[in-house]
Design a protein around this ligand. Structure first.
Ligand code: ATP
Length: 291
């Protein structure tokens, strides 16, 4: 559905995007993941045709974007300024009137769980409700391709989960989503494919599972230090002591657990931290995603 070829975007001397290429298939959720300033927003704003690329190409359905491209896409920006004295329903109606093709407000309210506050003022809703409302605005023209720019930033875990459920339902309807996020759990939960960006470039790309398999590194097994102290040959485990716990790093969790059990280590209070996209980023760059 979308092909991005060697996209470059400079702001004066700042090289925000330095030759990014990827393709997105219909019905998939594609995630751009990276720390603040990596170039995610710039990349999607160039694709959205908000401003032109310095160089490179964007193809939609195999062709350069035409005038009708904006009718076919929906955008949830990081920030949207709305009039405080209008209700959610009035705002949805106003946006609906801008498009030739549009969704029914009741259907959108159902999908985005807005029913109970359609008649509330735009500035009198919670952060989670606002993000679901912005998502409804992005869907008002029944787009084929939807851009979500850090949709869950600032939401509590419950509100974030609710938003993820809605996004999953949207891809389930065959819509294509391009998502930017710096929450690796979000990318892992929602995305079929992820491109990890850093300093304006894609440094790794694939399904979350592939990336974790290729670059995720070791599993961490955490046990109380007092349990670990009971064994003699502690140095046969790659471990470090941290706050009265021992963290053992291993690339073979099965063997490590068998070894610990064979040495009669009490594993009742064990914690196992598996690899995730955060560890992929850490292994590739030596830095944490969120600092
Ligand atoms: P965040 O997660 O913080 O939104 P991001 O990955 O989306 O970050 P961008 O907002 O695309 O990153 O920024 C990439 C680089 O381009 C940064 O160095 C930023 O300071 C710079 N930049 C972004 N927008 C502009 C602009 N309008 N003018 C000049 N520089 C800009």
């Amino acid at each position: 559905m979308l092909e991005v070829r060697n996209l470059v975007k400079n702001y004066g001397k700042i090289e925000a995007v330095k030759g990014v290429s990827f393709t997105v298939e219909q019905g998939k959720c594609f995630g751009l993941l990276g720390p603040n300033g990596a170039g995610k927003t710039t990349t999607i704003e160039v694709i959205e045709d908000v401003f032109p690329a310095t160089s490179g190409e964007v193809l939609f359905d195999g062709k350069p974007r035409s005038a009708s491209f904006r009718e076919k896409i929906g955008i949830q920006f990081q920030q949207t300024a709305l009039l405080g004295h209008m209700t959610i329903r009035e705002t949805l109606r106003t946006f609906k009137a801008l498009y030739k093709k549009s969704a029914e407000i009741e259907d959108l309210a159902e999908l985005c769980v807005l029913n109970e506050f359609l008649d509330q003022m735009n500035d009198k809703i919670s952060g989670g409700q606002r993000q679901r409302f912005f998502l409804a605005l992005a869907l008002i023209n029944e787009p084929d391709l939807i851009f979500l720019d850090e949709p869950s930033t600032g939401l509590d875990p419950q509100a974030r989960r609710n938003l993820w459920d809605i996004v999953s339902r949207i891809t389930g309807m065959g819509k294509t989503i391009i998502l930017t996020t710096h929450y690796m759990e979000e990318a892992q939960y929602l995305c079929d494919e992820v491109a990890i960006m850093d300093h304006g470039q894609i440094i790794a790309q694939g399904s979350p599972e592939e990336l974790i398999r290729q670059h995720g590194g070791d599993v961490t097994i955490v046990i109380p230090e007092e349990n670990f102290k009971t064994i003699g040959d502690r140095d046969s485990f790659n471990h470090k002591v941290k706050h009265e716990s021992v963290e053992i790093l291993t690339d073979d969790a099965n063997r490590c657990l068998e070894d610990l059990l064979a040495r009669k280590v009490n594993l009742n209070d064990i914690v196992i931290r598996s690899q995730n996209l955060e560890s992929v980023f850490l292994n590739l760059t030596g830095r944490k995603l969120r600092e």
